[in-house]
Design a protein around this ligand. Structure first.
Ligand SMILES: Cc1cc2nc3c(=O)[nH]c(=O)nc-3n(C[C@H](O)[C@H](O)[C@H](O)COP(=O)(O)OP(=O)(O)OC[C@H]3O[C@@H](n4cnc5c(N)ncnc54)[C@H](O)[C@@H]3O)c2cc1C
Ligand code: SF4
Ligand code: SF4
Length: 1023
C-alpha cells in the first residue's frame, strides 16, 4: 500500500532525491476520472505533494486527488477507481494526527463542495449534513436556534463532520456529551462495490439491500463468536477510539453507545477512518446550547496533586476539566496579551491549574456548583485554591490562553519537534497521577520532555515528547511508545483515546485488542470492502509506526543549498529539549540558510483553513483550494526546497501558482499556530523567481512606482486619462494586465511633500514626532498627511516630516519603505529604499523621537521586513520607535500625556475596517481606542479578513474575480449594511480603494483614514 517516490538522478546537494512523478498508468486514470467526475481532478506532482501529508509525521504520495462536486461525482469516482483497482482515501480537512489521511490512493477531498446542510428537525434536535461541513460553520448556523453539535474538538474551525466521524473525534466536553460515536444517529454510506445504504438503528435497517443484510449477519456472527474476547479486551474507558467498534452489539464502554441500549450500525462506521465505507450524509444528535457557564480555576502546588484530585472533581459533574501545566502557564505569562488573563487565574505560583467548567439552564445552577467545587477543594486539603470566574468574557479569554499555550509549544524552532504518537492514551482517573509521573520519567530517560495539557476529566492528557525524526527520533519513539503502552496496560487504559490509529497506531491495534480481535477486525474489513480499496493500511494490516520510509522528514533529509535574499538565520537553529534552549541563529545546519527550516515550521494542522474570526487565509476562504491555503503553500515550498518536486522547483510554475493568490496579508504570521509567515516567504520565493524569469511589464511598473512617481505627479492629468478616456482602461488591460473593471488611484499635483519640502531645510532635531510619509499617501491622498500634522500639533507635538539625507540618497526623491519592490521580489532594490529610510530616521531615533506613519503596510515594514534585510542595529532601534499614528496617540493617552481636545461629530457611529497588517501587528485596537476618544462616537470594528485589494493584487485583471470574492466574504456586506451617515473608516489605502470601487455600482461608499476623523473632531481651539 505504500507509494514511495522513485529515485531519480543523483544531485550533489540533495541527499534524498525523491520526486513526486507521474506514474505510467496515472495519465489514463486521471483522464477517466476527469471524464466521469464533476469536480476537480488533480494529478500533477505539486497537487499530489500537497495531499501527501496531514497533521502527522508521515508523508505518502497519493495516486491523485479528486475534489467532487456532488455525491454523484463520488459515485463516479468510486466506480472508476474500482474498475481500475486503485484504492481511494476519503479526506476532510486532513487534520488527523496519526496519518489517517495519507496513503497511496486517490484522495477524495470533501471539504470544497460537499458542505451542504440537510434537514434540521428542531423538535428532535437532529440535523443531516454532508461530510465536508466544518464544525464551527455548523454551530454558527445552529446558534440562532439555541442548539449546537457538542463534540467540540480543538480543530473545530477546520475539522469536517465526515472526518470527525471517521476518527470518532472527542471534544473537551466529552465527559458531558460523549464522543462522536455517542452523537451520530445515522450514516448514509457507499461501499467500495457501489452498494449504498443508511446505517442506523437496527430497527430501521429492514429495507436495506441484500448485500447489507448479509454484511450485518456476518458482523453479528463475528461479534457473537468473539463476545468473551470483546468483554476481556475492549477497553472500558470513555475515551477509546482504536480498532473498530466491534462492541456495537455488546457495548463495553462506561457510556453506552445509544440511550436505549439498542444497536446502531452507524456506530461501527464511526472511527473506521474511511476504511469501511464512504460517508455521504451524517445525521447528528444536537444539544441545547448551554445557557450559563461558570469556571473554577483550581491552583495546585504540584502536577501530581492536580492529577490526583481530577477523579474527585468529576464527581461534581462538570462539563470539562482541562489541565494547564507549569510550562504552559509560563508561556502564557511570557506573552503580553495573555499575561493579564492568566495572572487573573493564578493564586501564587501553582505548578498546574485545572479549568473546571459547569453549565446550567439557570444562572444560579453553575454558580452553586462552583461553590461546591470550592468546598470540595477545602475538603481535599487545598482551601483557597479556586479562582471563581462567572463572567463570560473572562472565561472565554482563559480558554483562549489554554489554546494559545499549545500553539506556542508547537512553534518550537529546530529539528526536534513535539511528536504526536502517545498524545492521547487514556487511563482511568484513579491512575492518572501515577501515569503522568511515570511517563515523565520515561521521557527523561530518553533525553526528552513533554508538556502536559488537556482532558483531565476523562483521563486523556495530551503530551508530545520532543523528538528529532531526522536523527534518532524513530528509535526513541518506539522505545517511549513501548514503555507508555506497558503503563496503559497496567492501568487498563486505551492506547488511543482520541486521535485514532492511522499509520502511527495501527500496529498497536493487535497489542490493544489481542490476536483474535485483530483477526475479527480484518474479517469486518473484508465484509465491507473485500477488494481492499478503502484507505488500505489503516486499522488493519498496518505498517510499523517507525517505518522511516513513510516519514515526512526521514533520516538524512536534506534541502537544497540556497543563498537567501532575506535573513532567515533565526530559524536555522537546533533545540535542546531538556534544557529548553536554542543554539545561536545560523547554526542549525540548513543549507537554505534557515529558509527551509522556516517553511518546515508548518506542521499541517490545517488551522489556515478556518473561516471564522481573524484574517488567515483570505485566498483559501475565497477559493477553498488546498493549493491556496497557507498549508498548501508551505508544503509546496517545502517540497520544492527538498527537491521532491524536481530540480529548480523553487523557480517553477507550481511554486508561482501556489503563491499567486497569496495577498501577503500576514494573517498567517499571527494566526498560524507555528508562526508560518507566508508573506515573507513569498518575498523570498519571488526573489528567486525573478532571478530566473523576467518580471512582467505590469509588475515592473508597480515595483518601480517610487522612482517614476515624481514625474507622474508633474503631469497628473495625463496619467489619470486611463480612468477617464474611453477605451484607455481596456487598452491598459490588454497591454499591461490592469483590470479594465477597476479605476486606478488618481494622481495628485498637490503632493504633500512638495509643500513641506518647500519650507526650508529644517533638520527637525527638536521634533517630538517625525512623520514618515509613504509614497501612496504623498501622491494619492496628501490630505491624510496634513491631517496627521494637524492632529499631532493639536496634541502639542512638534512635528517634523522625514526626508532623505545624504548625497547618494537622492535627497529630492521622497522616502519609501520599498514595499512595492518587496511585493515583486526585487529585494535588492527594496534594500536600497530601506537603507535611505534607516539613514534618514536614525538620528531622530537616537535622540528618542517617535517615528510615526499612516499607511499600515508601509510603516509596519519598518518593524518587520527591515529586520531581515541585514540593515544592522540602526534598523532594530528604528523598529522599536516606529508607530502607526493611532498606536502613538493611544500610547500617549495611556501614559496620560495626550491633551487632545475633541468635539462630537454629526455622525455618531463609525464602522472600522482595519488593514490586515494592523491586525497582524496588534495595531488594530489602538485605532478603535483613539477614535473612541471622540465624544458620542460609537466605534464598531468589522470582523473581516483581507479586503481583497491588497496593494496591487486586486488591480490585476487575472485577480479581479478572486479579489471581489475576498471582499464579499465579510467586508462588503458590512459596508453595504451600514446606514447612510455612518462613518466608514479604513487606514489602508488599498482597503479604501476596494470599498469605493466595489460599491460604485450600488452607490459609492467612501472610507477615510482614522486620522481624518480625528482631524474633523478637533475642537476649534486646538485645531
Ligand atoms: C492541533 C490539533 C488538535 C486536535 N484536537 C483534537 C481534539 O480536540 N479532539 C479530537 O478528537 N481530535 C483532535 N485532533 C485530530 C483531528 O483534528 C480530528 O480528528 C478531526 O475531527 C479530523 O477532522 P478532519 O476533517 O481533518 O478529518 P480528516 O483528517 O480529513 O479525516 C479523518 C478520517 O476520516 C476519514 N474520512 C473523512 N471524510 C470521510 C468520508 N466522507 N467518508 C468516510 N471517511 C471519511 C478519513 O479517511 C480519515 O481516516 C486534533 C488535531 C490537531 C492537529
Ligand atoms: S500554515 Fe500554519 S496554520 Fe496552516 S497548517 Fe501549517 S502550521 Fe497549521
Ligand atoms: S499572507 Fe495571507 S494570503 Fe498569504 S498565506 Fe498568509 S494568510 Fe494566506
Amino acid at each position: 500500500m505504500r507509494g514511495r517516490f522513485p529515485r531519480t538522478g543523483a544531485s550533489p546537494v540533495i541527499a534524498k532525491p525523491l520526486v513526486f512523478h507521474r506514474r505510467r498508468s496515472d495519465g489514463s486514470l486521471a483522464a477517466r476520472l476527469a471524464r466521469a467526475v464533476s469536480g476537480d481532478v488533480l494529478f500533477d506532482a505539486a497537487s499530489r505533494g500537497r495531499y501527501a501529508t496531514d497533521a502527522s509525521i508521515y508523508q505518502v504520495e497519493p495516486v491523485g486527488v479528486v475534489v467532487p462536486k456532488s455525491a454523484d461525482a463520488v459515485r463516479a469516482a468510486l466506480a472508476v477507481c474500482r474498475d481500475a483497482g486503485v484504492p481511494v482515501l476519503p479526506r476532510g480537512a486532513g487534520s488527523s494526527q496519526c496519518g489517517q489521511t495519507v496513503g497511496a490512493a486517490v484522495v477524495i477531498d470533501t471539504s470544497k463542495y460537499l458542505n451542504r446542510f440537510g434537514a434540521l428537525d428542531l423538535d428532535a434536535m437532529t440535523v443531516s449534513v454532508e461530510p465536508g461541513v466544518v464544525l464551527d460553520r455548523l454551530n454558527a448556523w445552529l446558534k440562532p436556534q439555541g442548539l449546537w453539535f457538542p463534540v467540540d474538538v480543538s480543530t473545530s474551525a477546520q475539522a469536517t463532520l465526515g472526518g470527525m466521524a471517521g476518527n470518532n473525534s472527542c471534544g473537551s466536553r466529552s465527559i458531558a456529551y460523549g464522543n462522536m460515536v455517542h452523537n451520530v444517529l445515522a450514516i448514509d454510506a457507499m461501499l467500495s462495490d457501489g452498494t449504498e445504504a443508511r446505517f442506523g438503528p437496527e430497527r430501521d435497517m429492514a429495507g436495506a439491500p441484500a448485500r447489507i443484510g448479509e454484511l450485518l449477519r456476518g458482523l453479528h456472527a463475528i461479534a457473537e463468536r468473539e463476545r468473551d474476547e470483546i468483554e476481556r479486551n475492549v477497553p472500558k474507558v470513555l475515551r477509546r477510539v482504536g480498532g473498530y467498534n466491534i462492541d456495537v452489539c455488546c457495548p463495553q464502554g462506561e457510556r453506552p453507545y445509544t440511550a436505549d441500549g439498542r444497536v446502531n450500525y452507524a456506530h461501527l462506521l464511526v472511527g473506521s477512518e474511511g476504511t469501511l465505507a464512504w460517508t455521504r450524509l451524517l445525521t447528528l444528535q444536537l444539544a441545547p446550547l448551554p445557557a450559563h457557564r461558570a469556571l473554577g480555576v483550581v491552583n495546585f502546588p504540584t502536577l501530581y496533586r492536580a492529577m490526583e484530585c481530577a477523579r474527585h472533581l468529576v464527581d461534581l459533574k462538570p462539563s470539562a476539566v482541562e489541565l494547564v501545566d507549569r510550562t504552559m502557564i509560563d508561556l502564557a505569562r511570557g506573552n503580553p496579551a495573555f499575561r493579564p488573563v492568566i495572572e487573573r487565574a493564578l493564586i501564587g505560583e501553582p505548578d498546574a491549574i485545572l479549568l473546571v467548567e459547569f453549565i446550567g439552564a439557570t444562572r444560579e445552577d453553575p454558580v452553586r456548583r462552583l461553590k461546591d467545587l470550592v468546598a470540595l477543594m477545602g475538603d481535599l486539603g487545598l482551601p483557597d485554591s479556586v479562582v471563581e470566574m462567572t463572567d463570560a468574557p473572562a472565561q472565554k479569554a482563559l480558554w483562549e490562553v489554554r489554546k494559545a499555550g499549545l500553539n506556542i509549544m508547537m512553534s518550537l524552532k529546530g529539528d526536534g519537534k513535539p511528536v504526536s504518537f502517545i498524545e492521547d492514551c487514556a487511563v482511568p482517573l484513579e491512575h492518572l497521577a501515577d501515569y503522568v509521573d511515570r511517563l515523565t520519567q520515561v521521557f527523561a530517560r530518553h533525553g526528552t520532555r513533554g508538556t502536559w495539557y488537556a482532558h483531565a476529566s476523562v483521563g486523556t492528557l495530551h503530551v508530545r515528547p520532543i523528538l528529532d525524526m531526522r536523527r534518532d527520533g524513530a528509535a526513541k519513539m518506539r522505545a517511549i511508545a513501548e514503555e507508555a503502552s506497558a503503563l496503559v496496560r497496567e492501568y487498563k487504559g486505551a492506547f488511543s483515546g482520541e486521535h485514532g490509529d492511522g499509520l502511527v497506531r495501527s500496529e498497536w491495534v493487535g497489542w490493544q485488542f489481542g490476536p483474535r480481535l485483530t483477526k475479527a477486525f480484518e474479517e469486518i474489513k473484508d465484509l465491507f470492502d473485500p477488494a481492499g480499496l478503502m484507505n488500505p493500511g489503516k486499522i488493519v494490516r498496518g505498517t510499523k509506526m517507525d517505518d522511516a520510509s513513510l516519514f515526512r522528514f526521514r533520516p538524512g533529509h536534506r534541502t537544497q543549498a540556497l543563498a537567501t535574499a532575506l535573513d532567515w538565520s533565526a530559524w536555522d537553529v537546533q533545540n535542546d529539549p531538556l534544557a529548553g534552549t536554542l543554539t545561536p541563529p545560523g547554526t542549525g545546519g540548513d543549507p537554505a540558510q534557515g529558509f527551509a527550516k522556516a517553511v518546515e515550521m508548518c506542521n499541517n494542522n490545517g488551522h489556515c483553513r478556518k473561516f471564522d474570526a481573524g484574517t488567515m487565509c483570505p485566498s483559501y476562504r475565497a477559493t477553498r483550494d488546498e493549493q491556496h491555503s497557507t498549508r498548501g503553500r508551505a508544503n509546496t515550498l517545502r517540497l520544492a526546497l527538498s527537491g521532491e518536486l524536481g530540480a529548480d522547483a523553487l523557480t517553477s510554475a507550481p511554486v508561482r501558482e501556489a503563491l499567486d493568490l497569496c495577498v501577503s496579508c500576514k494573517g498567517c504570521r499571527r494566526e498560524c499556530p507555528t508562526g508560518v509567515d507566508m508573506a515573507k516567504m513569498k518575498i523570498e520565493a519571488l526573489y528567486h523567481l525573478r532571478r530566473a524569469h523576467r518580471l512582467p511589464l505590469r509588475d515592473r511598473l508597480i515595483a518601480h512606482l517610487p522612482r517614476w512617481a515624481p514625474r507622474a505627479a508633474r503631469l497628473p492629468w495625463l496619467v489619470n486619462l486611463r480612468n477617464t478616456l474611453p477605451g484607455a482602461a481596456a487598452l491598459g488591460e490588454l497591454l499591461l494586465g490592469f483590470s479594465a473593471r477597476r479605476r486606478l488611484p488618481a494622481w495628485r499635483r498637490d503632493t504633500f511633500l512638495k509643500s513641506v519640502h518647500g519650507s526650508g531645510d529644517d533638520a527637525g532635531m527638536d521634533a517630538d514626532v517625525v512623520l514618515f510619509v509613504d509614497t501612496f499617501t504623498n501622491y494619492f491622498e496628501p490630505e491624510n498627511a496634513t491631517a496627521a500634522v494637524n492632529v499631532l500639533r493639536a496634541a502639542g507635538r512638534r512635528v517634523h516630516v522625514a526626508r532623505a539625507i545624504g548625497a547618494d540618497a537622492e535627497p529630492r526623491r521622497p522616502l519609501c519603505c520599498g514595499r512595492t519592490y518587496l511585493a515583486a521580489g526585487l529585494v535588492d532594490e527594496a534594500k536600497k529604499e530601506a537603507r535611505r529610510v534607516v539613514a534618514a530616521l536614525a538620528p531622530h531615533v537616537e535622540r528618542g523621537a517617535a517615528i510615526v506613519g499612516l499607511e499600515p503596510s508601509c510603516l509596519l515594514s519598518l518593524r518587520d521586513e527591515f529586520l531581515v534585510m541585514g540593515l544592522g542595529e540602526a534598523a532594530q532601534r528604528l523598529s522599536e520607535s516606529a508607530f502607526l499614528v493611532e498606536e502613538y496617540l493611544a500610547r500617549e493617552h495611556r501614559a496620560g500625556r495626550l491633551d487632545l481636545r475633541l468635539t462630537a461629530l454629526p455622525q455618531k457611529h463609525a464602522l472600522l475596517h482595519t488593514h490586515c497588517h494592523q491586525k497582524a501587528f496588534d495595531a488594530a485596537a489602538p485605532v478603535q481606542q483613539v477614535l473612541s476618544l471622540i465624544p458620542e462616537l460609537e466605534v464598531e470594528m468589522i470582523e473581516a479578513s483581507c479586503c481583497g485589494m491588497a496593494g496591487s493584487f486586486g488591480y490585476d485583471a487575472a485577480h479581479y474575480d478572486v479579489s471581489v470574492k475576498m471582499a464579499e466574504l465579510a467586508l462588503l456586506p458590512a459596508v453595504r449594511g451600514a446606514l447612510r451617515g455612518t462613518l466608514l473608516v479604513a487606514d489602508g489605502t488599498s482597503c479604501r480603494h476596494q470599498i469605493a470601487d466595489l460599491t460604485r455600482p450600488s452607490g459609492r461608499r467612501e472610507a477615510i483614514h482614522a486620522i481624518r476623523v480625528l482631524e474633523r473632531a478637533l475642537s476649534p481651539r486646538s485645531a
